[in-house]
Ligand binder design. Structure first.
Ligand code: NDP
Length: 341
């Protein structure tokens, strides 16, 4: 069954060039493409929110990684939520809200097996791209499972005003951390960390050496470091971690646009004597935690114990700018693109 209001063509973003260093708008092209009606087992979705995420920067490079690179001259993809406008799939009806992976476009024809119905009554649709979605599970699993957080731990998180980081710090507080310290890139973000998010201390990493600022903010040292940034932050955390400290290596955004190989943490040998555990993570490995995560985080949202921010950019035509803005720190909380209609 098709919806009469569906246009025959709609806009989608293609990768126009592979960036060297920082991406620019010229690396992306907004293209008009036919809207394909669904075949058997497929649904047609009018996207309402598109996700832009740091990992997409890696996909712009032509290198093998845990997600395949975007193809030059082809439509990009990524998380999106929207409403089904036509369905040839059992169990999904026009009007249903779904989360799927065909973002960066206004309309998506997707295999229903790759779409998940979400409850638009329980939360705003965009939350399924953030606090109730991939970044939320990353924070939850990365702290509780990977870093093996225990009540009483002292926790440091970088990228702390972003989608993942803001949740890591708040979840640590809710779970009984003795101290939570965060770093972010502006005075406004730092104020939000110690204000609405309830961190015990926070600093702007642009104000001076991270190591000195962290030592001041956590004079007794830290048990857990949640790394979203890499580089100088990771080196500082290795210095401040206590014996048997644990670090979740979640992201290294400080080096995503580097054109030369980064120097590793120069103090890595400290990990030997301190018996540190530095553990990489990929959120996809933690799907088994999803039900527990959803129940607990949705409960915190309902009772107001978790603050969740979004930075909303309007219009599909602004998606590339939103993505570049995310890499430059233009967001507080989750960066999403809202589509009209
Ligand atoms: P954020 O919402 O945190 O947005 C990115 C933020 O990074 C910006 O707002 C900016 O904030 C900060 N940033 C940019 N450049 C630097 C820099 N040089 N030094 C320090 N901070 C910088 O994004 P997400 O919450 O979605 O992702 C956070 C991290 O988690 C990323 O590294 C991402 O790749 C990773 N990730 C990993 C997953 C996994 O499975 N391993 C899954 C999801 C995310 P500021 O103004 O503070 O500089």
């Amino acid at each position: 069954m098709a919806d009469q209001a569906v246009p025959t063509a709609a806009r989608e973003w293609h990768l126009a060039a592979r960036p060297q260093g920082w991406p620019t708008p010229a690396d992306f092209a907004l293209v008009e493409a036919p809207v394909r009606q669904p075949g058997p087992g497929e649904i047609l979705v009018r996207n309402e929110y598109l996700s832009v995420d740091p990992y997409m920067r890696g996909r712009m490079n032509d290198v093998k990684s845990y997600v395949p690179p975007f193809q030059l001259g082809r439509v990009m993809d990524g998380g999106a939520v929207g409403r089904v406008v036509a369905s040839e799939a059992e169990g999904i009806e026009p009007g249903d809200a779904v989360l799927h992976g065909a973002g960066w476009r206004e309309y998506a024809t997707v295999d229903a097996k790759h779409a998940v119905k979400v409850d638009a009554q329980a939360a705003p649709l965009s939350y399924y791209l953030g606090v109730l979605g991939m970044p939320g599970l990353t924070a939850y699993a990365g702290l509780l499972d990977v870093a093996d957080f225990k009540p009483g731990d002292s926790v440091f998180v970088s990228g702390a005003a972003g989608a993942v980081g803001s949740l890591v710090g708040q979840i640590a507080k809710l779970k009984g951390a003795s101290r939570v310290v965060g770093s972010a890139g502006s005075a406004e973000k730092v104020a939000r960390l110690t204000g609405e998010y309830g961190f015990d201390a926070a600093f702007n990493y642009k104000d001076g050496p991270v190591r000195e600022q962290l030592e001041k903010a956590a004079p007794e040292g830290i048990d857990v470091y949640f790394d979203n940034v890499g580089g100088e932050h990771l080196e500082a955390a290795i210095s401040s971690l206590k014996v048997h400290g644990r670090a979740t290596l979640c992201g290294a955004i400080a080096q995503y646009n580097d054109t030369s190989a980064p120097t590793g943490p120069r103090n890595l040998a400290l990990a030997i004597g301190k018996r540190l555990r530095l553990q990489g993570m990929l959120v996809g490995d933690h799907a088994a935690l999803q039900p527990q995560f959803t129940a607990e985080v949705a409960g915190w949202l309902r009772d107001g114990s978790l603050t969740y921010d979004e930075t909303v950019v309007d219009g599909v035509e602004n998606a590339a700018e939103a993505f570049i803005g995310l890499l430059r720190g233009g967001n507080t909380g989750k960066m999403v693109v809202r589509l009209g209609g």
